[in-house]
Structures are given as structure tokens and as C-alpha cells.
Design a protein around this ligand. Sequence first.
Ligand code: PLP
Length: 354
Amino acid sequence: MTETLDIKITKTPNSRLEQTDFNDLPFGRTFSDHMFVADYEDGEWKNFQIVPYGDISVSPAISALHYGQSFFEGLKAYKHADGTVSVFRPDKNAKRFNKSAERLCMPTLPEDIFIQSIAAVVDIDREWVPGKANHSMYIRPFMFATDRYLGVAPSTTYKYMVLLGPTGPYFSKTLRVKIETHYTRSAEGGMGYAKSSGNYGGAMYPAKKATEEGFDQLIWTDAKNHEYIEEMGAANVVFVLDGKVITPSTRDTILDGVTRDTVLTLAREWGYPVEERRVSVAEIIEGAKNGKLEDAFGAGTAATIAPVGSISLNGEEYFLSDPKTREFSQRVLRELDAIKYGNAPDTHGWNYIV
Ligand SMILES: *Cc1c(COP(=O)(O)O)cnc(C)c1O
């Protein structure tokens, strides 16, 4: 433990809380009253502040805009029935934040500063954490380069910020997904394991094409031969095949998701055989054909547990069972919600109480 962060707090004189419609909270559009900001200068983090949420001013020459020195994190806060507010596993995001920073030649942030900055701004805007089922407060920490310099070189100054937004369910339906066999999200030696902004910009074009073809999501495959499954959109993907919980093992092309880890931890505790390994497109399609593919879902903080309804490969669509009848994903969803919303004992210490 380190000492408490010295944060300068400027509260907004005009809260938007009363005008906000908590019955209409699409992901990513509503922001709370405050945000956290810190600066990296002269080799250290300084100017820790909480200020009213709003636009910021930066130089048009920053390398975040030109060369993509920018990355983010995503986690959530939940309101329990007794009013307690907890953040889910922020220690995992703190570690991943620094993995992304290192890959992009950006400064790391001490884990306790990451966690305290989030706790402080969530605490100030705790009235913004929705109390309804399936609702939460999305937390978006991010960092970007701020040098006024057009050279292709790591910046010497950076900003770290945290935004908060109350949010409802992300996907509300069963997903029709397509196995992508042409475009690539990340390659070996690349930065797929980092939550680097450029990864998402590059994924938009293939995702748009898939949407035009009537799909909700893409399943990414390996860059070399498109033979192995990697992820689903911006979520990890988990299957139950012939009684075993199977998911692609993490490597430099795959984001090591907190939800993925949580799902696998629960699966192991419940006695399911769990396999983290290369997962071939062929075995998943075979399982979809012969009925041994019992379950398939995306796992991520924003998406939570997003059931796959059908998988398409080269124009052929394979339908899976009705998600409500699936034993594993339904159990995971129930247990995850129970823990996050404080309705089940938090035996793993996953809830960070604010
Ligand atoms: C954020 C993200 C995930 C999910 O990670 P969580 O920690 O579970 O939210 C998976 N894949 C990609 C590409 C992501 O960006």
C-alpha cells in the first residue's frame, strides 16, 4: 500500500444527473459529471485532478493523433442492493494497462495510482452508478501522447484520464457471427495483446463489411492461414465442445481478458474440464454440424456474456441451440451477476468496494 493520492478536486456547479434519462443508456454515449486527469512530464506522473467532464484542448501535432500512441482500458462499477458500489477486478486492468503502455513505448502507471484514480472519480460520481438490473457504470481509463512534435518517436509527455458512463446492456440479442477468413485484427509480433487504439480503428472496416452482410460480429482467425480462432469482435470467445470448456490460449495476438479469466476460474471450480489451447475453425464447424458444440459466447466487460446464435463460414450458416437452454453460459451469467451485484459471496476478492 502506498499513501493516498493527492488529488485536486474541482466539482461541477451544474450536475447533469437530474436531466439524464436512466431508462435510455446506450453504451458509450452518456458521461457522468466528472473525469480524472493526470499528466506525465519530466519522467513522472503529476497534476492529479478530478474536474467537470468536458472537452479538452491539445496540440494538433500530438503523436496520439498521427502515430497512434494511445491505448485504453475498460472496466465496470456495480451498485449492490444495499447501495454499496464496487468495481470489478481493477487490479487486473491495472496490470494490463501497463502491458499496453510498455508495448507502445509509453510510461507505466503505478497500479495503486490506477486503482485510486478510478476509486476517487467513481466515489464523486457514485450517484451516477445505475441501480437497475443489467446496468452498470462503464469506466474508461486511457492514456495518450501529448508532445507538440511531428517526429515519429515516443512522446516525452502524456495524459492519463478516466471517464465514467452509466450504461445498460451492450448486446441485447443472440449474435449472428461470421468467421473472418480474409481480414486480420493482429499478427504474431504485433500488438493484439495491447488495448492499443489502432487495433480498433483497423478492425472497423472488416466489421462494417460483416454488418453489411447481415452479421452482428466477426470471429477473428490467425493472420497466417485463418485456420485458428482468436477472438470475437472486441471480446474473447469461449466454447463448450463435447462437455469441455474450450478457449484460444492467450498469446501476443490475443487480448488477455478479465472476463475470460473470470469465466475460466468459475468453470474450473465447478469441475468442468477447461482447455486453453489453439482452437481450430474446423473443429468448431464440425461441432456445430454434429451437435457437439453445446455453447458459444463472447466474454468481455462491455459485452459481458454474449451468446452466439449462429456461426457462418464461407457463406454457410450453422445454427446453435437456443441460448436459454445452455447450461454453462446461463450458469456463468447468473453467477457473475450475483457476485458483481453483491448477491453472492465474493470468495475470490473480485469486488473492490468504493
Ligand atoms: C477489452 C477486450 C476484450 C475483453 O477483455 P475484458 O477484460 O474481459 O473486458 C477482449 N478482446 C479485445 C480485443 C478487447 O479489446
